[in-house]
Design a protein around this ligand. Sequence first.
Ligand code: DHE
Length: 549
Amino acid sequence: MTGKAHGASILGLAFGAFLASTALTPVSAQTAAPGPSLSKEAMEASGKIYFQRCAGCHGVLRKGATGKNLEPQNSAKLGQDRLEKIIALGTEGGMVNFDDILTKQEIKDVATYIQLPPQVPPEWGMKDMLASWKNIVPVDKRPTKQMNAYNLKNVFSVTLRDAGEVALIDGDTKQILSRVKTGYAVHISRLSASGRYIYVIGRDGLLSLIDLWMEKPAVVAEMKSGLDARSVDVSKFKGFEDKYAIAGSYWPPQYVIMEGDTLKPLKVVSTRGVTVDGEYHPEPRVASIVASVTKPEWVVNIKETGLIQLVDYSDIKNLKTTTIESAKFLHDGGWDASKRYFLVAANASNKVAVVDTKEGKLAALVDTAKIPHPGRGANFTHPKFGPVWATGHLGADVISLIGTDPEKNKDSAWKVVQELKTHGAGNLFVKTHPKSKNLWADAPQNPEKDVAESVAVYDLNDLTKKPEIINIAKLSGLPESKAIKRAVHPEYDETGTEVWISLWAGKTEPSAIVVMDDATRKVKKVITDPNMITPTGKFNVNNTQHDVY
Ligand code: DHE
């Protein structure tokens, strides 16, 4: 079974169960009344497409988040023709075009589907999780020391998005060490506090635990943590290293705490509830999760409620949670250089929320340009404003620099102190390294091919200089094609001297990882392979383990 088929079947099963359990009126009955209707087959197919392609931004219940509310009272107003056009061509508001991914008939059916009442997927609780849990290599059968000769600190876990796999690549030799089957449309990798285990979460909620100490690193445990998920982290506080893991779900809206070395589920906590505006929300999804090193806590960001939870894992039977009000549609974020403050984008509110994890309080809500999207952001010391954290934007062609030192640089703290002009909107990730004097920014969501295939590089010694714009696709030597090869997710190696950039092409086209020399900004190596299918995120073991960015 290919990775693609493997992933699709897992999601298909979940979705089949969801469709079978839905309390919706049978479609044939709906056709009796005038208005939009679909055959049973078209309904199922459109439901799958919606769940896989649309729910991430619009929500399973279509209440809206980064994307617009698509409940029937709103979508029906737009009407079939307008909806088909929007799905096919996208909008200036950030909706991408699907005319190169879906057939005309699929677009037509999805346009109809979103005018019908949303289907409610089933819940996924402790029983389901335990039934899905596979302790493939029990802890006492695992190696007691590293059994391979790899320089593990410089290994990269690379998301092969549409293959449902990660590739483990040796950062020193640039060789693919192994490809590991994981969940559908894999999202992120995170490292255990010890650096021994990699945790990989798929969009289908399948969490895979990879043991880097094995002669050939492989999956030693897996567990389906939800039906739709994006985030995972581990316990990093002293005394709790590798003890617990936590995975957040989009559906059902909840998080699960697990044993760190086996993934056995221990506790499930729902995030349904009332938003910062005081209104009940049935689908407050878990966005980013990050582990503190100064307290036994996770920072759990709940997208739709705009609430940030500090979850204290020192006693999970008597779980204590501090709930911090911020702004709605929390998404991704990272630590400041001191690792006391966590900065998270409330993206559809055009704000960055700053949490003081020492005090357990909101430090600030910073207004930014449109739709901040930091990934984990980038930290460096600005010649004028002191320590700053940088975020790019999906909706604006700037990088915002936010001052992060309220002690010594009080006037700059929690303000956008400078905006750096980029080569275009549609940025997803920015990156630097403590040993580097460069800041790299991508723009993969920009509709212009040339912009999406390029990165901007800033000289941190002189931020008055224009950035150098480098077309990574042209440098890669991959065959020219009409389709966009999106340059995405710059990631440093352990030493901070190389920057790895994915060229994310279509499923059937050649993709690559281009390794740039940070000092000269020239190509050092292009990593290609027939199995390098849709590489996106890359997670260097050392930098991810120690939150270096
Ligand atoms: Fe991501 C991080 C959600 C689409 C690549 N993405 C995250 C996080 C969230 C999230 C909540 C933070 C996790 C954490 O830190 O715990 N992403 C979503 C979506 O909801 C969205 C918009 C739509 C969807 O349906 O999934 C989405 N993401 C994408 C992509 O299309 C990307 C570009 C390609 C891909 O592989 O799917 C993508 N997201 C990433 C990456 C990170 C990420 C590489 C981790 C960045 C890092 O450096 O930590």
